[in-house]
Design a binder for this molecule. Structure first.
Ligand code: COA
Length: 258
């Protein structure tokens, strides 16, 4: 039974709503465990093709790791917090077998921005504010922020955001490539569902392989081109490839999820 998140299914879209609005949806350890469980369930559920993560309420996506929880931590506990979080949530999302969309509906700070950055796509409402304020607390981003932010916005802009701890608004985040799209808060859900419906028309296996190939290019332990060749080849043996190519040849649209 989840206490800190709400899990919903809307057709083939799985929703995870982080539900601690009075704490601006700050991520404590229990929330991370619940998120891991919900994501694992969606991962194994063939009826779900896209997963969306958002925050409860109108003010905040996630305002960071729970400062109240870690304020008294030792060096060892701090290390365990980052390791546990990265493995169970942030890397887990990045390596999901289906697209995970961050629906950034307000503050995305610290661990909140790191959560959004671990997702494959970010859609923000126009009132969203993003930043990595950890240095103002005497700590640095520990959930992958120093690694993923430079990949998305470039090293200079990442350094600026991390060193100043300042927030940027949704439009600037879009200009910097930190979010894909900015929409009015009232249009956030319909925009996300419209994007999801486009993804859901395509081969689930091919999308999974595309995620793994893109990820491999950012993983120094792998050769992205080799992974792409192997993934490309593996598609040829699938029912979805036959469905997709045969439908094209008959001038029809393949129905991969029928
Ligand atoms: N961890 C724990 N609690 C948090 C939190 C976090 N990261 N962010 C907000 N909260 C809590 C506040 O402590 C407050 O709880 P309280 O009512 O029990 O005191 C509640 O959420 C509301 O926040 P508040 O600060 O009163 O709202 P605000 O509108 O004045 O300010 C923020 C909003 C986001 C600017 C401010 O809450 C903030 O700076 N949060 C911390 C952001 C941060 O440093 N994140 C990185 C953590 S590593």
């Amino acid at each position: 039974m989840s206490q800190n998140i709400i899990v919903e299914r809307e057709g083939q879209v799985g929703w995870i709503i982080i539900n601690r609005p009075d704490q601006l949806n700050a991520l404590n350890r229990n929330t991370i465990s619940e998120l891991n469980k919900a994501l694992s369930d969606f991962r194994e559920d063939p009826t779900i093709g896209v997963v969306c993560i958002t925050g409860s309420g109108e003010k905040s996506f996630v305002a960071g790791a729970d400062i109240k929880e870690f304020a008294e931590y030792t060096v060892a506990e701090g290390g365990a917090l980052a390791l546990h979080g990265q493995q169970r949530l942030f890397d887990f999302i990045e390596q999901m077998n289906k697209p995970v969309i961050a629906v950034v509906n307000g503050f995305a700070l610290g661990g909140g921005l790191e959560l959004a950055m671990a997702c494959h796509i970010r859609i923000a409402s126009s009132n969203a504010r993003m930043g990595l304020p950890e240095v103002s607390l005497g700590v640095i981003p520990g959930y992958g922020g120093t690694q993923r932010l430079p990949l998305l916005v470039g090293r200079g802009r990442a350094n600026q955001l991390i060193f100043t701890g300042e927030m940027i608004g949704a439009e600037q985040a879009k200009e910097w490539g930190l979010v894909n799209t900015v929409v009015e808060p009232t249009e956030l859900k319909s925009s996300v569902l419209s994007l999801a419906s486009k993804i859901l028309k395509n081969s689930p296996n091919a999308i999974d392989k595309a995620i793994q190939s893109v990820n491999a290019g950012f993983d120094s332990r792998q050769n992205g081109y080799d992974v792409e060749i192997q993934s490309f080849a593996s598609c040829f043996g699938t029912r979805e490839f036959i469905l997709g190519t045969q439908a094209f040849l008959k001038k029809e649209k393949a129905n991969f999820r029928g």
